[in-house]
Design a protein around this ligand. Structure first.
Ligand SMILES: N[C@@H](CCC(=O)N[C@@H](CS)C(=O)NCC(=O)O)C(=O)O
Length: 202
């Protein structure tokens, strides 16, 4: 399999952390790729018309995107270990959706400030995106700590990657002050080999 990869993409990181945890790394070749909404750059748009990474091409030639689909595929290859069934199933999927939504908002904040010329900046949009993240942090802190204390699942991996991306791009916002229990959970996640091996460059 070939994974179109960017070392700073938190969506790629989700895939890489899962591949580490599932023992699938030696089956995946990495190809650097990156783009923005203004220019798909080196992202293979023939494989993913949305022009985003990650993209995974399979041995039979079919391409998979986005990160949630790729992670489901890798989990199936690994024997269905990271998406629980039974009572935890819907919580895991909701947690992954929450983490991905936080990531979407965090990435759009970056695009707003980096891609829009100064004269077209609209701080309200950036703050609106941050509100989504802040509400998610509050909800996770209030209601999700018991779930997060349970066995590792893809929702937890996605959340750890989302919080890592907040540190990378929005560290000045001080998310740990808003969610100290989550901060302690993240510290444990960050100590895992898979998280250390996939930490984004500064
Ligand atoms: N929902 C997608 C989001 C992927 C995504 O936004 N990737 C960013 C890199 S972090 C990208 O390639 N952006 C280019 C663009 O938006 O055109 C997923 O989960 O894979």
């Amino acid at each position: 399999m070939t994974l179109y990869h960017s070392a700073t993409s938190p969506y790629v990181r989700k895939v890489m952390v899962l591949a580490h945890e599932a023992g699938l790394l030696d089956r995946i070749a990495l190809v650097p790729a990156s783009g923005t909404p203004l220019d798909p750059g080196t992202v293979p748009v023939g494989a993913n018309p949305l022009g985003k990474v990650p993209v995974l091409t399979r041995p039979d030639g079919g391409a998979l995107y986005d990160s949630r689909v790729i992670c489901r595929y890798l989990d199936a290859l690994a024997g269905h270990r990271f998406y629980p069934t039974g009572a935890r199933q819907w919580d895991c999927l909701t947690l992954e959706a929450t983490a991905d939504g936080m990531l979407d908002a965090a990435l759009l904040m970056v695009y707003e400030s980096r891609l829009r010329p100064d004269a077209m900046q609209m701080p309200q949009i950036v703050e609106g995106h941050w509100s989504k993240i802040a509400r998610s942090l509050a909800t996770l802190e209030e209601r999700w700590m018991a779930y997060l204390a349970g066995p590792l699942c893809m929702g937890q991996i996605a959340l750890a990657c989302a919080l890592g991306y907040l540190d990378l791009r929005h560290g000045a916002r001080g998310w740990r002050d808003m969610a100290p229990q989550l901060g302690a959970w993240q510290a444990k996640m960050d100590a895992r080999d898979a998280m250390i091996a996939t930490a984004p460059p500064n």
